[in-house]
Design a protein. Structure first.
Ligand SMILES: Cc1cc2nc3c(=O)[nH]c(=O)nc-3n(C[C@H](O)[C@H](O)[C@H](O)COP(=O)(O)O)c2cc1C
Length: 361
């Protein structure tokens, strides 16, 4: 890390977390972010949904809320970026403060409440950007407005998919944010079926990007298995599952006083459950429905563990608040070394290795 980078990161970390987030976005939006990264080693490439990902590491939803800087995020070295959560109408989210760093725990608690500029602004930005597959893929995280009656939630998701779908490489139905009342109850199998069917019917046939579901780590394993079954139903198929969103659980291990704040916990304390959720889903879906694992990933070891457990792609967010974007190239370099150490020639070879019972290590 250069001295300027580390000074900037230090400054961001000393600031109020939401102001630091806004400043980092504004900096990227002014073109002061990274320049085009060198091409990735071909061993990192993955094909998912028939699309080439130059590496399996993505930026999770919640950073670039209304698709202001997806290309600058890709230039950090990510293989893909999930913008959003985007709601049909703009909404301010919850009152501040609503974002808390739990430094010693390597964690964050947020109750942002899906603040974003709304679908029209996102459409404007996404539809104008040139789509170069070799520079990385961009998906959108879709969420209902907080003031939409729950019985009309499917309309919100269908509208979002119809408007944004043609300009995205994949869509993620966010039914798992803990900071919008009632939203997580949309994860019942019947409700997922109804929403997926409505969304699929609304999307123009010529431009239907893969449709994923993002799940909560607070579902029971039995509930997750039921959703895996729904994903396989031919009437309302899902193209992928993003696992997991933040948790409302508070592990005993947390030490920071901010652990008492309401909201979703992310970062290191989520690591074990995120891996467990992936294993539960992969037992049913590996080789059939691609899985994107997110939650508590900090190192190349974490990435490889998720790939071996059956994830085709992974995402990070909280760890960036602590280590900054320079972490991205480091993770990729470390991953290449680790793949070799464990006897895998490529990322593709490592995916699902633990399930095939043919771990190379
Ligand atoms: C400040 C913040 C905002 C987030 N906003 C969203 C969101 O809008 N939609 C969503 O599906 N997940 C959102 N997330 C969850 C992340 O995408 C991710 O699932 C979670 O943080 C776990 O990954 P991590 O431990 O690497 O941070 C947010 C997380 C944080 C910390």
């Amino acid at each position: 890390m250069s001295r300027v980078d580390s000074m900037f990161l230090g400054l961001l970390q000393a600031m109020d977390p939401e102001k630091a987030h806004d400043l980092s976005i504004r900096t990227l939006a002014r073109g002061l972010g990274p320049s085009l990264p060198p091409p990735d080693d071909p061993a990192l490439a993955v094909t998912v949904w028939g699309r080439p990902f130059r590496n399996p590491l993505g930026l999770a939803a919640g950073y670039d809320k209304t698709a202001l800087v997806p290309d600058a995020c890709l230039r950090m070295g990510f293989g893909f970026v999930e913008v959003g959560g985007i709601t049909p109408r703009p909404q301010p989210g919850n009152p501040r403060p609503r974002l808390f760093r739990l430094q010693d725990d390597g964690a964050v608690i947020n109750r942002m409440g899906l603040n974003n500029d709304g679908m029209i602004v996102a459409y404007d930005r996404l539809s104008r950007r040139p789509r170069w597959e070799d520079r990385g893929l961009v998906g959108a995280n879709l969420a209902m407005n907080a003031d939409t009656p729950i019985e009309h939630a499917a309309d919100d998701y269908a509208t979002l998919a119809c408007v944004l779908g043609p300009h995205c490489d994949f869509l993620v139905l966010n039914l798992s944010s803990p900071n919008t009342e009632g939203l997580r109850q949309l994860q019942s199998p019947d409700s997922v079926r109804a929403i997926v069917r409505r969304v699929r019917a609304a999307m123009p046939t010529r431009a239907r990007p893969p449709l994923c579901l993002k799940v909560s780590p607070d579902l029971t394993n039995a509930e997750l298995e039921a959703l895996a079954d729904v994903a396989l139903e031919p009437e309302n198929p899902l193209d992928g599952i993003v696992c997991v969103n933040t948790t409302t659980a508070r592990p005993e291990s947390l030490t920071h006083p901010a652990k008492a704040e309401a909201g979703g916990l992310s970062g290191a304390p989520l690591k074990a459950r995120a891996l467990e959720v992936l294993q539960v889903l992969a037992a049913k879906l590996y080789g059939r429905v691609p899985l994107i694992s997110v939650g508590g990933i900090e190192t190349a070891q974490d990435i490889l563990a998720r790939l071996r457990a059956g994830a085709s792609l992974v995402q990070i967010y909280t760890v960036l608040a602590y280590f900054g974007p320079r972490l991205v190239p480091r993770l990729k370099t470390d991953l290449l070394a680790l793949l070799q150490e464990q006897g895998f020639a490529t990322v593709e070879e490592a995916i699902g290795a633990d399930l095939k019972g043919s771990a190379a290590a």
